[in-house]
Design a protein around this ligand. Structure first.
Ligand SMILES: [Zn+2]
Length: 573
């Protein structure tokens, strides 16, 4: 969203942008007018006290408040405010609602999930703030398995009476759904789980002053537009999410988890004399640059250190020839391998898609249960693992949202399709155990099967430059720009920001607008080299969409650069 600069001055404003226009996402029951008049009434992700007067200057009256509450299809009341300086609502007591459900003869299993989430998004573009928002959301979701099938209800009112009412509503939904269900859900019992999980971080991003964060973006963004008139527009961003989640079930599970997710990146657009525009992004395109960790990750991403290379490549693309069409050996850099995994392995190994129970948003899967242990998905170098224990991954946790502990499960083992991302219910349909992939976006959504960290095991081809040196003739393709894939996840096309031609083991000319296309098993079957652990990197997707209503989820993909033979390539018109 664009925010026109304010015309009034702000004597106590930021030294970076004295007229910083803000979007403040008001908590429910706490409209922006309150934040403009009472400094202490701000959301948890608001800037530190030193900046609060800045938010309360007269021009803040022009500040447009945005309330972005997560909407549910179930009857509910608005989210209560969660504010610094104001007494927090008490921790909800989930036990009474569960005790009532335990006493109902037709409630075979139930879970109550309390979620309290705060997020902050910052972006600067072309010398001014593009986005400064803070959001918070808090409530409880209750899922009940009745005689035959499921019911779900949620509430933002976390009083004991409201939770009890939600429990009764969830059971009524289960009973009503059971009246038309043909089969009873099979849901094997699991031993109770107890414990806590907390993201490992050195610096809590919510303690870092807003001004510091904006300055960390402002410097690289300005530098990206400096030195050449063809550097037309640049943007740098970061976002932070803190999610606390407590799951209590009728099986006795009681687990408490606190996650800190972040993103950080930048891109620049160049414009040539012929009117052609090019984009170059770092570390990859926005939405795939996520991680689980603290503010220390901003330093390790090192936006300032990448500015010169990003500019040089964006300018070089303006005069580069388009990628010639043909059949070539293709090397994909790490973030592009990650997206390739996401679309052509992650989604098709979701067992609800394969079974047809969750296909309305994006279709099913070519990976059908009879193929388990039989289908050759890729070459022997291709081992893809669903690992919810990877350090710092967007898909890392202690337990999934039905109490299954995080684990490590091969989906593709040396090229062979061997398992799915699954839930307790879907895995039981195949006579297997859950691979622990049930997660919900928030308190007002039931869990569905989501990717964890689905990663390609590293190979033995050394570094990316080792792999280039080992390639006589080919293309190195980097950084996704757009993609298309059919609803069975078989036939795909990816277009990317940049390619380098490789001749006799060396990168030569830059090519613009490269694209490559393939059929999933044939493409992975053509993989003849995967770089080593030194080139392996864990990427994080922040907005994988699935379900109806849509749920966005953080998922991870670890990958080293890899080489594929006989790939159809060309250039995007
Ligand atoms: Zn996705």
């Amino acid at each position: 969203m664009l925010h026109p600069p304010q015309s009034t001055s702000c004597p106590q404003g930021s030294s970076i942008w004295p007229h910083l226009p803000l979007h403040v996402a008001a908590c429910e029951g706490h409209p922006a007018s309150a934040s403009a008049s009472t400094p202490e009434s701000t959301c948890p992700a608001s800037p530190e006290p030193g900046l609060l007067p800045f938010l309360n200057e007269p021009h803040a009256a022009a500040t447009r408040a945005r309330t972005r509450r997560k909407v549910t299809s179930f009857t509910e009341r608005p989210t209560k405010s969660t504010v610094i300086g104001v007494q927090m609502p008490p921790e909800p007591s989930l036990e009474a609602a569960l005790a009532w459900l335990r006493a109902q003869p037709d409630a075979r299993y139930a879970e109550a999930r309390f979620v309290d989430e705060t997020s902050e998004r910052l972006a600067v573009r072309d010398g001014r703030p593009e986005q400064v928002t803070a959001e918070t959301s808090r409530g409880v979701g209750i899922r009940v398995l009745g005689d035959k099938t499921w019911g779900f209800a949620c509430t933002a009112d976390t009083s004991e009476a409201a939770l009890l009412a939600a429990a009764k509503r969830a059971l009524r939904v289960a009973r009503a759904s059971g009246a038309v269900a043909r089969f009873a859900v099979v849901f094997p019992e699991r031993a109770a789980q107890h414990g806590t999980y907390t993201s490992r971080l050195a610096i809590d991003p919510f303690t870092v002053p807003l001004e510091t964060k904006l300055a960390a973006l402002d410097g690289p963004e300005r530098a990206l537009r400096t030195g050449d008139a063809r550097l037309k527009s640049a943007e740098a961003w970061m976002s932070w999410t803190r999610q606390r989640k407590r799951l209590v079930t009728t099986e006795g599970t009681d687990v408490d988890q606190t996650f800190t997710f972040g993103t950080c990146g930048m891109h620049v657009f160049t414009l040539g004399d012929d009117g052609v525009s090019q984009r170059r992004s770092f570390p990859t395109y926005q939405g795939t640059d996520g991680f689980q960790g603290g503010y220390e990750r901003v330093a390790s991403v090192d936006l300032p250190g990448a500015v010169d290379q990003v500019k040089d490549e964006a300018l070089a693309l303006l005069t580069a020839p388009p990628c010639p069409a043909g059949t070539r050996t293709v090397l994909l850099e790490s973030s592009q391998v990650a997206l390739q995994i996401h679309e052509s392995c992650g989604h098709p190994t979701e067992l609800d898609r394969a079974l047809g129970s969750e296909i309305s948003l994006a279709g099913g899967s070519f990976l059908q249960p009879p193929m388990l242990g039989k289908l050759t998905y890729g070459s022997a170098l291709v081992t893809l693992v669903a690992d919810a224990t990877s350090d710092g991954g967007n898909g890392t946790f202690g337990w999934d949202d039905e109490g299954v502990p995080a684990g490590r499960h091969a989906l593709i083992e040396r090229g062979l399709f061997v398992d799915y991302l699954s839930s307790r219910e879907t895995a039981a349909a195949l006579g297997r155990g859950s691979t622990g992939a049930m997660r919900a976006e928030g308190w007002n959504r039931p869990p569905i099967i989501r990717m964890v960290n689905v990663s390609l095991d590293p190979g033995d081809a050394g570094s990316l430059e080792d792999l280039v040196a080992d390639t006589d003739d080919g293309l190195l393709i980097a950084t996704d720009r757009s993609w298309s894939i059919d609803d069975l996840r078989l036939n795909f096309q990816f277009s990317c920001e940049i390619a380098w031609e490789i001749r006799h083991g060396r990168r030569t000319r830059i090519l613009r607008d490269p694209l490559y296309t393939g059929i999933t098993p044939r493409f992975w079957g053509s993989c003849d080299a995967v770089c080593g652990p030194e080139a392996w990197r864990l990427w994080g997707i922040t907005d994988c969409g699935k379900g109806e209503p849509m749920q966005l989820m953080q998922v991870g993909h670890g990958a080293s650069p890899a080489r594929f033979r006989d790939v159809t390539v060309g250039s995007e018109p």
